[in-house]
Design a binder for this molecule. Structure first.
Ligand code: ADP
Length: 467
């Protein structure tokens, strides 16, 4: 028979937990029994010794008061009341002068052994075992009487033994139910304890089958397993967002690149089919080159946007001086602006520091400034302002250009969207999508306000300490 299934069961945490729990339960019950047994037994022993010693004192006092006769009367009285004691008075040489052996004791113990034995000294104890294999012991204490004789008083341990025997038998009777209880408790305990783990396994299995939205049910127990479940669900959530983001990024890139690639192919095909001279081919090649450059820029920007949107963009966060950065970017555009007779006004405090990715922030400001200059007719004005408010930095790029209509406003953030009036200007329709994605990646937000023919304003809010 193959041992593999047994081996598999043995290796499950559930089975091992059950075994450990049951073993712990059973061992604890056994230890408890032993302790209780020991305590009861020793308290019985003390009680018996106390009784024997106090009787010894009582009988000795009787003897001293009225001699052997008074002692006999007292022993008889005790026996009448149901208290059975072995009592013996012996001479200094060990000869028996008086002995009282209750009938039951006479049957159980060979009391002659005591009678023949010489005992000396107070506080001495003798322990006489029962006849044959009956079990039981007769405990005897002795004391010296003032006249040189010796008084011995003894009592059988029978009652104690009987009680302890009943106790042992009762325990033997309940040990099987205790083991079963321990095992059942172990099974229930392991079942409950491993429930979240089983849920996680079930969830992972369904994710394996393609159900990305599967989550583990959270049991609000406040323990480590709840924490694990919550963390696990959080991780699944992020993975789902990432995978969906990557899927849609791939779809978008494929979709967005189709048009320029078709155009590129068309140009090359037409040049080939035209059968005309070198000049036409050269022109076509130059168009193809331009088109492929544009495709490359577009591909890079699309990848940047997707990365920023899905949260996988690697930001090199550092302490940057935004005022300086703005001055730099403005310097770049000043020449183009002057050519078109557009004035750029900058207003920033001396040093405006924040934690951000320098080159990405540069891209953001450049895109906004590029748009402001591009969509503002000659003679216009562009304002760039930056300030700090609480734990945020605010950057505003405003122009008095062509503006954006109310219907177009929500669409301008979309990938590849280009406004009606802007189609004649250069551009890919990706600038604002990138701005929004990068600002969000920095935990910031961006807003726009605009009025056709009067101008537009873009406002960025960035936390001073982006996580
Ligand atoms: P692109 O500028 O390449 O067209 P963007 O994503 O930067 O793409 O902008 C999307 C659209 O938003 C633009 O086509 C334009 O219609 C509008 N837009 C952006 N900035 C401004 C602005 N400062 N003034 C007027 N329209 C703007």
């Amino acid at each position: 028979m193959s041992l593999r299934p047994l081996n598999r069961i043995w290796r499950t945490i559930g089975f091992r937990l059950t075994l450990w729990y049951s073993a712990l339960f059973i061992v604890s019950s056994l230890i408890l029994f032993v302790i209780v047994y020991f305590l009861i037994s020793s308290s019985f022993r003390q009680e018996e010794r106390y009784t024997i010693q106090s009787k010894l004192r009582e009988f000795s006092a009787q003897y001293q008061r009225g001699g052997i006769e008074a002692l006999k009367r007292e022993v008889g009285f005790e026996e009448h009341s149901g208290n059975l004691f072995f009592v013996r008075v012996s001479g200094s040489r060990g000869n028996t002068l008086f002995v009282n052996i209750p009938a039951m004791m006479g049957e159980g113990f060979d009391t002659r052994q005591i009678e023949n034995r010489a005992v000396a000294g107070s506080g001495r104890w003798m322990h006489l075992p029962a006849k044959g294999d009956k079990g039981g012991v007769l405990d005897i204490a002795s004391t010296n009487l003032p006249d040189g004789r010796i008084l011995q008083v003894g009592m059988s341990r029978g009652e104690r033994e009987e009680f302890l025997d009943r106790f042992r038998k009762t325990f033997a009777g309940i040990i099987i139910p205790v083991i079963l209880l321990g095992f059942t408790g172990g099974v229930l305990f392991a079942f409950r304890a491993l429930m979240p783990i089983r849920n996680i396994i079930k969830t992972v299995r369904s994710i394996d089958k393609g159900r990305l939205d599967a989550r583990v049910t959270v049991r609000h127990t406040g323990d480590e397993l709840e924490e694990l479940t919550v963390l696990f669900n959080g991780m699944l959530q992020r993975i789902e967002v990432l995978i969906n983001g990557m899927r849609s990024a791939l779809d978008n890139v494929a979709h967005d690149l189709r048009t320029p690639l078709t155009r590129l192919r068309g140009t090359a095909e037409m040049a080939l089919q035209s059968g005309q001279g070198m000049e036409v081919c050269r022109e076509a090649l130059s168009d193809c080159l331009e088109e492929s450059d544009q495709i490359l820029t577009m591909l890079n920007t699309l990848m940047d946007i997707s990365e920023a949107e899905t949260g996988v963009m690697r930001l090199r966060l550092e302490r940057i001086n935004l005022s300086l950065l703005i001055e730099d970017v403005v310097d770049l555009y000043r020449y183009v602006a002057e050519e078109r007779n557009i004035a750029i006004y900058v207003k920033t405090p001396g040093g405006l520091f924040l934690t951000a990715d320098h080159s990405r922030m540069r891209q953001v400001i450049a895109n906004l400034l590029d748009n402001a200059v591009k969509y503002t007719p000659a003679g216009g004005r562009v304002y760039v302002e930056a300030s700090r408010e609480g734990d945020h930095v605010i950057v505003r790029v405003e122009d008095n250009g062509i503006g954006i209509s109310e219907e177009e406003l929500p669409k301008i953030w979309g990938r590849l969207y280009r406004g009606e009036q802007s189609r004649s200007a250069r551009g890919l329709g990706l600038g604002l999508s990138l701005v929004k994605a990068v600002v969000h990646a920095h935990m910031g937000s961006v807003e726009v306000y605009s009025e056709p023919e009067r101008g537009s304003g873009f406002v960025i809010y960035l936390p001073v300490n982006a996580a």
